[in-house]
Unconditional design. Structure first.
Length: 97
């Protein structure tokens, strides 16, 4: 057991002596997505779920991942949200089948 701890210690000393420590990677400063909804703002239970989701994601990531919510008709027609997600116009959609 002593030989293993010696080899481990010698290996770590060699890594530290050569300065080959792994670099520290910084994440992106911020990420912004858009969610398009098929529901109007007047339907606070259905459209409000998008707002609650966006706020929770922002809170959990410390504001580094921000999702802006858009009601039906703001960016595209209400029933065109899935087409826009598939073409990459917006990143997310909230709709019903």
């Amino acid at each position: 057991m002593q030989r293993r701890s010696f080899v481990h210690g010698a290996g770590m000393a060699g890594v530290l002596a050569t300065g080959a420590a792994p670099p520290i990677v910084h994440a992106q400063t911020s990420l912004r997505w858009r969610i398009a909804s098929s529901f109007p703002k007047s339907l606070d239970t259905l459209f409000g779920a998008c707002d609650v989701f966006a706020k929770k994601v922002s809170d959990m990531t410390g504001g580094k991942f921000v999702i802006s919510t858009h009601a039906a008709g703001e960016l595209m027609p209400a029933f065109g949200v899935l087409d826009c997600v598939s073409t990459g116009t917006v990143e997310m959609a909230s709709t019903a089948p």
